[in-house]
Design a protein around this ligand. Structure first.
Ligand code: SF4
Ligand code: SF4
Length: 147
């Protein structure tokens, strides 16, 4: 029998920093204190002003939950990027144009069904698909030019 392993997560989250939190090194604490690996995908942070950041996190599920709790305690808004991305299933014509550009393979062609599937958990909210989709089926909602 295989040993049980701790559940690992990989998530993209969208953070909003109130002015009083914009100069705190809270994101570094996710690695230092909670042992999460992170990669900043997009950031617009100015000291003493509200800021936004999109980061990709990976690590054990428990550490992820604890780290998100810590961010919220600091007054930081935490929204999984997946909640800000949607596809209008009625509009999508499964042309496949977006699959060539999607950096995380969140949009991928299912060879068997010949349909393009959207995995919102894998989406990094980069916005590339919205620029090429001929029928504007992809909707990425991030505020203040953060995408
Ligand atoms: S580019 Fe638009 S219409 Fe084409 S597969 Fe992607 S989401 Fe669907
Ligand atoms: S926004 Fe579109 S192109 Fe970017 S990761 Fe998400 S599905 Fe892929």
């Amino acid at each position: 029998m295989e040993p049980t392993s701790e559940k690992k997560l990989r998530k993209v989250v969208y953070l909003t920093f109130p002015p009083e939190a914009s100069n705190k090194p809270v994101v570094c604490d996710l690695a230092r204190v909670y042992g999460l690996a992170f990669s900043i995908l997009k950031a617009q942070i100015t000291p003493r002003h509200e800021g936004q950041m999109t980061i990709e996190l990976s690590g054990p599920a428990e550490a992820y939950e604890a780290g998100m709790g810590y961010l919220r305690e600091q007054g930081i808004g935490v929204v999984p990027a997946a909640q800000r991305i949607s596809r209008d299933e009625e509009s999508c014509i499964h042309c496949g144009v977006c699959t060539a550009l999607c950096p995380t393979k969140a949009l991928a062609l299912n060879i068997e069904t010949r349909r393009v599937e959207f995995d919102d958990e894998a989406c990094s909210a980069c916005g590339m698909c919205t620029k090429v989709c001929p029928v504007a089926a992809m909707d990425v909602q991030l505020e203040n030019g953060a995408m």
